[in-house]
Design a protein around this ligand. Structure first.
Ligand SMILES: [Zn+2]
Length: 445
């Protein structure tokens, strides 16, 4: 193949070229319903506690009652008109551990929207919210633990996004899962990640939506515009050989999770007005975590979506009032309109990535100690690929600053662009403009 040589001067900033909204996706985004999110969170709160160790016999209180209700809701989505959703359940017994005094049954439940590309039957993307909740004492199975925002918000989004996308025909499968055992040490999602891996499911990207519905922070700041995408830069499963290459390539800011976070920001903000998502250059907040870490441990690009300003009086607190100050994760502090805004961003993102072609492989960078950058990659066998997109940013940048479209090349030479000062990644694109995750170099020429 002729090597396309690109002159730096011809590379105008072309991010605007991507700002096309698909009418279909716009309609889906607009159908995200804040009232449904509100109703789901209110219902979840009504079960009193959803602590993983709480009652499972009652139909009105405890994690068992909430699980039965969620199962019925997912069932209803499966049998809805035009729905392609299929049931999904991941049920197992968690053995005693630091936060599990005696063996307890954990049930992760949800639906799968099956992919339609026969060559990619095992490719999937995953969204989770955790439906378990907790009081001040994580082992307290009886006190009220309403868990409206943590994580009624994420659970409601899993249900709502499954409803919105139920009739779509994506290339790859989408799992919408309400997981349990998060507060008990991520035990539900850990089992789920390992199970999918053992079944040969290749998870391209995963997001845990956790604490994504409160708009008044502990600091008093009110903010319904921003959200945070927590993403690790370096995969936890990195081998010594990969580490050596990463250091040589300078790609510590370009692991799979980081590219996934940039993708979510890019697509979500294209479809949702007054939404600004921050690509946080951290796996999570200080000394805290969520279910994305279970997937990250398996080498999967996994991120966590959270509100911008948390209110710590509302997290992991018994419901009470002390000296006029109220504590507890109650319904009154869940902002459904804000949660809907985040859900709209995710709906667009999940639609585009699930419809996009397979990503490039083995991206190789060359040109060290020379004035030109050389990039090559392997193109997957996917007849829908019509072109590639090259992402660029200066090496001091957080998000991509330039993007340029090319035909279906498998290599590029960037004349007069030394590789030292910029970062590059390559994505595949189909005729409708649906784009794969961008892939940074993992090999050195
Ligand atoms: Zn949580």
């Amino acid at each position: 193949m002729r090597v396309p040589i690109i002159l730096a001067l011809t590379l105008v900033s072309a991010l605007a070229a991507q700002e096309v909204r698909h009418p279909r996706v716009e309609a889906l985004v607009q159908s995200v319903d804040a009232k449904r999110l509100q109703a789901t969170v209110a219902k979840l709160v009504s079960f009193g506690t959803r602590n993983t160790l709480s009652d499972t016999a009652s139909d009105t209180r405890g994690i068992g009652a909430s699980r039965k209700w969620l199962a019925a809701e997912f069932d209803a989505l499966e049998s809805g008109s035009g729905s392609r959703l299929q049931p999904f359940e991941d049920r197992f017994t968690a053995e005693p551990g630091p936060r599990i005094p005696k063996a307890v049954e954990i049930v992760n439940l949800g639906v799968v929207l099956p992919g339609t590309d026969p060559a990619r039957m095992k490719d999937a993307i995953v969204l989770t919210g955790h439906y378990d909740s907790r009081a001040s004492d994580v082992l307290d199975a009886t006190s009220d633990a309403p868990g409206a925002v943590d994580d009624g918000s994420g659970t409601a989004m899993a249900l709502e996004l499954a409803r919105v996308l139920a009739a779509e025909r994506p290339a790859v499968s989408i799992y919408f899962v309400a997981v349990a055992g998060e507060e008990q040490g991520l035990v539900g999602s850990s089992h789920l990640a390992k199970r999918l891996k053992s079944e040969g499911v290749r998870v391209l990207a995963m997001v845990s939506v956790d604490i994504a519905g409160n708009t008044e922070g502990q600091d008093g700041v009110k903010d319904n515009v921003h959200g945070r995408l927590w993403s690790e830069g370096v995969v936890a499963s990195e081998t010594p050989e990969q580490r050596k290459l990463r250091l040589a390539l300078g790609t510590e800011n370009d692991g799979g999770a980081r590219e996934w976070a940039r993708y979510v920001k890019r697509v979500a903000e294209r479809y949702v007005e007054n939404l600004d998502l921050l690509v946080m250059l951290r796996r999570d907040r200080i000394a805290r975590g969520s279910d994305h870490m279970s997937f990250a441990s398996e080498g999967i690009p996994a991120i966590c979506l959270r509100e911008m300003h948390e209110h710590y009086d509302r997290q992991h607190q018994d419901v009470r009032t002390v000296a006029g100050r109220s504590y507890g994760d109650d319904l009154a502090h869940f902002d459904a309109a804000y949660a809907a805004k985040l859900a709209k961003g995710l709906a667009a993102t999940f639609w585009e990535l699930s419809h996009a072609p397979a990503p490039p492989g083995d991206v190789t960078l060359g040109g060290a100690v020379s004035p030109d950058t050389r990039l090559r990659w392997t193109l997957p066998v996917d007849p829908r690929i019509v072109g590639i997109r090259l992402y660029r940013r200066r090496a001091d940048g957080v998000v991509w600053q330039r993007v340029q479209s090319f035909p279906k090349f498998d290599r590029l030479v960037l004349k007069d662009v030394p590789p030292d000062n910029e970062v590059f990644a390559v994505a595949t694109v189909d005729a409708q403009g649906n784009e794969s995750l961008a892939v940074a170099p993992s090999r050195l020429e």
